[in-house]
Design a binder for this molecule. Structure first.
Ligand code: NDP
Length: 234
């Protein structure tokens, strides 16, 4: 069964690993990218999720070429770390605008066809930081915690239509996002992780693919930690 899958921010990092995992399983995979050359092997649509018009255009192109989106992975996200004292309103709102409102935009647009089809899978990529908090990450943590309430509300709204909505909460993953950290910061993070290492993007992708599979048909409103034990108890 080849499904129409969309992975936002699927051009690099965790999103690319997720896109590859679905493609390997034989699905038709679309990814969004904002600039540069997107990776080959996918239907790449240019789309900034902060812009509703671009989201609409991206969906139109995907629907034309792959059919309505049956599996949506809302992965695109940004950080803009700063201690609260120095965090500007723009630092705060821009992160919320991408991570939370951007996710709202892509999920809302996918929902239409999923309701019609009476089936669908939505997976949101949150973060361990959404539940644990992170010094210097009040904006990011708020956006990622917001995704949990968003997903659980939708799980209630859409469950009777056979649409599941789940959250994957990764710990620290080796991507561009964490490569900006100093060696010292990385070491101190690893010390707090029971599995004593970073995750590889493919390890996040495996959980996402599971949540979109038939085996996960009875899982909705769940938050799956893939964090090496870092967030245990939350
Ligand atoms: P990267 O920084 O490597 O990639 C971020 C992706 O998001 C890129 O594809 C980027 O596109 C896309 N993106 C950002 N803003 C927008 C936007 N406005 N519109 C469309 N696409 C956008 O990050 P990761 O792969 O590490 O992170 C992926 C997700 O996983 C994020 O939501 C992140 O918060 C989350 N996460 C990451 C962790 C980690 O340790 N790395 C841990 C926990 C969660 P472009 O190439 O155009 O910039």
């Amino acid at each position: 069964m080849s499904r129409s899958v969309l992975v936002t921010g699927g051009n690099r990092g965790i999103g690319l690993a997720i896109a590859r995992a679905f493609a390997e399983a034989g699905d038709k995979v679309a990814i969004t990218y904002r600039s540069g050359e997107p990776p080959a092997g996918f239907l790449a649509v240019k789309c900034d999720i902060t812009d509703s018009e671009q989201v609409e255009q991206a969906y139109k192109e995907i629907e034309e070429k792959h059919g309505p989106v049956e599996v949506l992975v809302a992965n695109a996200g940004v950080t803009r770390d700063q201690l609260l004292m120095r965090m500007s309103e723009e630092d705060f709102t821009s992160v919320l605008e991408t991570n939370l409102t951007g996710t709202f935009r892509v999920v809302k647009r996918a929902n239409r066809a999923m309701l019609r089809a009476r089936k669908g899978r939505v997976v949101l990529i949150s973060s361990v930081v959404g539940l644990l908090g992170g010094a210097g990450q009040a904006n990011y943590a708020a956006s990622k915690a917001g995704l949990v309430g968003f997903a659980r509300s939708l799980a209630r709204e859409l469950g009777s239509r056979n649409i599941t909505v789940n959250v994957v909460a990764p710990g620290f993953v080796d991507t561009d996002m964490t490569r900006v950290l100093t060696d010292e910061q990385r070491e101190s993070i690893v010390k707090q992780v029971p599995l004593a290492r970073y995750a590889q993007p493919e390890e996040i992708a495996a959980s996402v693919r599971f949540l979109a599979s038939d085996e996960a048909a009875y899982i909705t409103g769940a938050v799956i930690p893939v964090d090496g034990g870092l967030g245990m108890g939350h």
